[in-house]
Design a binder for this molecule. Structure first.
Ligand code: ANZ
Ligand code: ZN
Length: 765
């Protein structure tokens, strides 16, 4: 038989798949549907590195197995192609972002096809396609009409080098998530999406979905639900109050001072009354430079300034207490003011010690009662903030709003969608912080849709999280021009049955898309209240030294080379075999050799296949491989197949039906090789259309027996062994037994006899 030639085989089958499209999902098929989703990639200029395909291969294995089980599988792919890196690249090279995007997606597509992933390419989508973003804009308009998209002046994180406003989520330790540059707070008019209106449901409905526990926990922490009370403190000598939010109203008798966030608006209002306002102002200015993380870090030295001349009254005991501003209180959370209880709260305790404030260990009081007594009210607060939705850049979806002097912000009429990005010469962001689109005056100046007066288009674009917030819906009906997807298609395909993606997307993308989905559910255009029934995550593939792969470190492994040298099937098997799917692991090109040898073994034993009756029991193997695939234990599924192949290798002859089963089990991992060998076997159709093998549960139960151990004629213990265990192994196990060791210690074991299934007899001298 000819040698295993991965290049020839892989080319042959990929061409056939391209022509026959065997992975096309069928709308409304009577078969049970199974919608499997991977996060669509951002097509960067660097192309795929070997980390990208790990989740694709994992889900591909599941998709192929489920097809073999007779399910109608939807396994789609597309491109999340708006965003800064493309625009920055375009700025550097002068090539239009559209052209850059096309080059990059062409390259990504080629690479993904080279790996033999069974995506349904007929549903390929691209977020930068006007036919797609028409619907992103449409969804925004619906939110605008319902008051969920609104403009507000907010302190935003401004990246000094990208010249762009960032959401809190995009700032990591005070630095821009994308470029690593410094950020500062700036006050700016921004479009906001009121995700906080959905905070309660985003939290509660996690009970209805099957997400891995760490994913649920991360989302819950991010939403940050907190139950407590709002209580008003009178300002001495003024007809005014300050509200605080507390989760511990029972400690109120120990509240010996109050703290306001430096940005709290009352500070400015009380200006006349504050005798040390210069000091106060300086502190406010210093606070502006600090990030939230710096301000709230645990164990951080506390700072603050007393508002001299101002006192408030503790409503529980009517005592006058001083008021401070301090940066450990955040203006956006709760009411931006706290009652400080240094006897019970650690931060307050640190602060009180530093400023020599009273620490009173009051008795705790009934919660509920004290709230009533001081006229407080029970409230629920969330850490989640509204979503800053404007970007002052070019390569994003234009926000479909027109500004009119008379009418204010007016929605673009739906029939005018999509509002396409205009061609401009210079897409550098402006120093004033406005989008480069302001320079496209022909595009900007329009008639007001409401009064026909002079008006201007909104020039901010959407963040790159927009297009990915609903893309899984588009796959259900990707060519529809009438709607983002037909109701019937959505009804058939949604929710997504299984969505696998990066752990790093748990708080942003996953939460954003749940929010959009819930909104779409409320306006009755999607049939389910949650988008994804199940969510899992994969671990990163690291560089050989264990570091993150990155272009700047020069340690990126390109799959093109690996496929050239070892073949796509070897790469696929290696990525599934290298370690537990959910854990990070370092790449090792050397170790690919091992799985390549395994494939070659499968290839070679083909020669021993004869028309004989089955001579290997496959039940346990079939069971284990199937269960491991469904629980993403791909590595142990593969080792199970390796054990089977070793067993086959020892046989003189292999039954055709046994070998055929092996090929069907192997096909999800190494589809090209499996197809080729199936053809050689003279199998009907393709291995793809074969049914997943069945097994007999009874035969998978391993029979064990309890074996007594006799030492010099006396029973001294027993061991459990499999009934099929070899004599040698049983004897070994008996001698290793702790009891046996005790009785044979210092003696010479002369003879060991095993009577199958009954007894081990040891004779010593
Ligand atoms: C008195 C008290 C006593 C508090 C005690 C805690 C323990 P979570 O669980 O995060 O919601 N707080 C309220 N608003 C704040 C703000 N804007 N910035 C910083 N801290 C704020 O925490 C709620 C608690 O954090 C509140 O309950 C308040 O301090 C503080 F033994 O009130 B507590
Ligand atoms: Zn108008």
């Amino acid at each position: 038989m000819e040698k295993y030639n991965h290049k020839k085989i892989e080319k042959k089958w990929q061409e056939k798949w391209e022509k026959d499209e065997p992975y096309k999902a069928e709308d409304f098929s009577k078969k049970e549907k199974s919608y499997l989703l991977v996060e669509f990639p951002y097509p960067s200029g660097d192309g795929l590195h070997v980390g990208h395909p790990r989740p694709y291969i994992g889900m591909d294995v599941i998709a192929r197995k489920r097809r073999a089980e007779g399910k109608n599988v939807l396994f789609p792919i597309g491109w999340d192609a708006f965003g800064l890196p493309t625009e920055n690249y375009a700025l550097k090279t002068g090539i239009h972002p559209r052209e850059v995007t096309k080059q990059n997606t062409d390259n990504f597509r080629r690479q993904i096809k080279m790996l033999g992933i069974s995506f349904d390419w007929s549903r390929e989508i691209n977020t930068t396609d006007p036919k797609y973003y028409k619907w992103t804009q449409w969804i925004f308009l619906q939110m605008f009409k319902k008051g969920l998209a609104y403009k507000a002046s907010v302190a935003i994180n401004w990246c000094l080098s990208c010249k762009i406003g960032l959401a809190n989520e995009e700032v990591v330790d005070g630095h821009c998530e994308r470029c690593g540059g410094e950020t500062e707070k700036r006050q700016k008019e921004q479009w906001m999406l009121a995700i906080t209106k959905y905070a309660d449901r985003l939290d509660k409905d996690l009970d209805d979905v099957d997400y891995l526990e760490p994913i649920k926990i991360q989302q819950r922490n991010w939403i940050g639900k907190s139950e407590g009370a709002e209580i008003s403190f009178d300002i001495k000598g003024r007809d005014e109050k300050i509200d605080v939010f507390t989760t511990r109203p029972d400690t109120i008798f120990g509240a010996t001072y109050m703290v306001l966030a430096p940005e709290h608006q009352l500070v400015q209002k009380l200006k006349e009354q504050i005798t040390n306002f210069d000091e106060v102002e300086k502190y406010i200015k210093d606070t502006k430079k600090k990030t939230e993380i710096e301000r709230t870090a645990e164990g951080k030295e506390k700072t603050g300034v007393e508002l001299k001349g101002v006192k408030v009254i503790n409503p529980a005991n009517k005592e006058e207490i001083p008021v401070f501003i301090a940066d450990y209180v955040m203006v956006e959370y709760g009411t931006g003011a706290i009652m400080a209880v240094p006897a019970y709260d650690e931060r307050d305790n640190d602060f009180a010690n530093k400023f020599n404030l009273l620490i009173v260990e009051s008795n705790l009081v009934d919660k509920d009662e004290v709230i009533k007594k001081v006229n407080g009210k029970k409230v629920v607060k969330y850490k989640l903030r509204d979503w800053v939705f404007s970007r002052q850049r070019y390569w994003g979806e234009p926000i479909p709003i027109i500004h009119c002097q008379k009418c204010g912000s007016v929605a673009v009429p739906e029939e005018d969608l999509p509002i396409e990005l205009p061609e401009i010469e210079d897409y550098k962001p402006t120093d004033s912080g406005e989008s480069p689109l302001v320079k496209a005056t022909d595009w900007v100046n329009v008639k007001c849709p409401s009064c026909s007066g002079e008006a201007k288009r909104e020039t901010d674009v959407m963040p790159n999280w927009a297009g990915s917030s609903w893309y899984y819906l588009r796959y259900a009906d990707s060519d529809n021009d009438e709607a983002f997807a037909d109701e019937k298609n959505l009804k058939y395909w949604t929710p997504v049955d299984w969505y696998n993606g990066g752990m790093e997307h748990t708080t942003l993308h996953l939460l954003y898309s749940r929010f959009w989905h819930k909104f779409l559910y409320d306006i009755k255009v999607v049939p389910t209240h949650e988008p994804y029934q199940k969510r899992t995550s994969h671990g990163l593939i690291l560089a050989e030294g264990g570091e993150k792969m990155s272009k700047s470190k020069g340690n990126v492994v390109n799959p093109d080379e690996v496929v050239e040298n070892f073949g796509a099937d070897s790469l696929r098997l290696y990525e599934m075999f290298m370690g537990p799917f959910d854990q990070a692991i370092a790449w090792s090109t050397d170790n690919i050799v091992g799985v390549r040898r395994f494939i070659e073994k499968v290839w070679r034993i083909n020669e021993k296949v004869k028309d004989i009756k089955s001579n290997i029991a496959l039940d346990s193997t079939i069971k284990k491989v199937g269960e491991d695939i469904e629980t993403m234990k791909f590595n142990t599924a593969i080792s199970t197949l390796m054990i089977l192949v070793n067993e086959m290798e020892k046989k003189e002859e292999i039954a055709k039906e046994d070998y055929a089963s092996l090929l069907v089990l192997l096909a999800p991992f190494a589809p090209h090789t499996a197809e080729e060998l199936w053809e050689k076997l003279g199998g009907k159709d393709s291995v793809l259309s074969q049914k997943w093998p069945e097994y007999d549960e009874i035969k998978t139960i391993e029979e064990t027996a309890q074996i007594a151990i006799q030492i010099d004629g006396k029973v001294r213990g027993s061991i459990e062994v499999s009934v099929d265990e070899t004599e040698e192994k049983v004897k070994e196990k008996a001698l290793r037994d702790e009891n046996v060791k005790k009785w044979t210690e210092g003696k010479n074991v002369e003879k060991v006899i095993y009577i199958k299934g009954k007894i081990v007899s040891i004779v010593t001298s």
